[in-house]
Ligand binder design. Sequence first.
Ligand code: NDP
Length: 329
Amino acid sequence: MLIISQQEVVELLPMDECMAVMADALTSLARGDALLPLRTMLHLPRDLGILATMPGYLGDPEALGIKVITVFPGNHDTEFDSHQGVVLLFETGHGSPVAMMDASAVTAIRTAAVSGVATGLLARTGAKDLCILGSGVQARTHLAAMLFARRIDRVRVWSRNAENARIFARDAHERHGIVVEVHGDARNAVEGSDIVCTVTASREPVLFSEWLKPGAHVNAVGASLRTARELDSATMARAKLFVDRRESALNEAGDFLIPRGEGLFGDDHIRAEIGEVLAGTHGGRASETEITVFKSLGLAVEDVAAAQHVHYRALERGLGTTVLLGGRR
Ligand code: NDP
């Protein structure tokens, strides 16, 4: 088995390559060429966090694996990632495990890559003004993905803790050579933006409909529980809604389920899965003025496809550490 570290995953999974891998994986999913149950979530006592398991299988190219990950929001502002774990990859000839890799990096990169694909499909062609709400791990990878998705010429960031937003802006300048405006008020950061990424661990709305201009595109990424949301009900009711997977949205997305529970819309409010737009079975944006929302929950097939790509590249470049596990007579 090949063990692949966080640093190696980052090196082997550049954002643009990951976006192409995610587009293929989501297209396969839309064609029914994938198997994945809803994730299991073990909610730990004392609000410590969650242990989640996410198994998945993709038919073409064939990939089989599982992500096991803890989400400890209390790790924020410590030296520990809030998402930690491993992705285990198996070959399908004999079912042998072939690779195990850091899941923090896979999660950080694949999630933003999927938002990048969604933005490429749904944002207006001329979208160039970006706002990011949040300044953590996902904020960083989302900035990288948005720079691939559109020609961005203005970036604004807001974060609950203004100092973290300033550090984000400084890092972004070092990494991408761009100036990021730090806003102390979320509304000021959002107003006039073409693309808004919500990447916070907030359980209450951080984005409100009246802040959004016609034609804006939103990637709603941070809330992954039925009881948590980042978008207010009016945004969801007003938006043309796209998801990574219907079944996941109908079971796991507070952003969708809370306003549905208020009677604002039914299940048919979901216009399409991103994979269906990629496969051409559903259209994407229908006008220059409609607001599009991509509600991301994160899927096991994204992890498995990303891990398969990392494994392939690691073998190509001789990276990773091999251990003999056994499993053969
Ligand atoms: P980090 O711990 O790195 O960052 C957390 C961010 O959330 C910080 O910017 C923090 O702001 C902000 N935040 C925390 N609590 C609040 C609050 N009550 N109100 C407003 N902002 C808040 O986490 P990640 O970047 O890794 O993840 C961000 C979110 O995305 C998480 O909720 C995570 O579960 C989710 N996620 C979703 C995925 C998907 O596939 N859809 C995949 C991976 C993560 P500040 O620093 O200013 O306090």
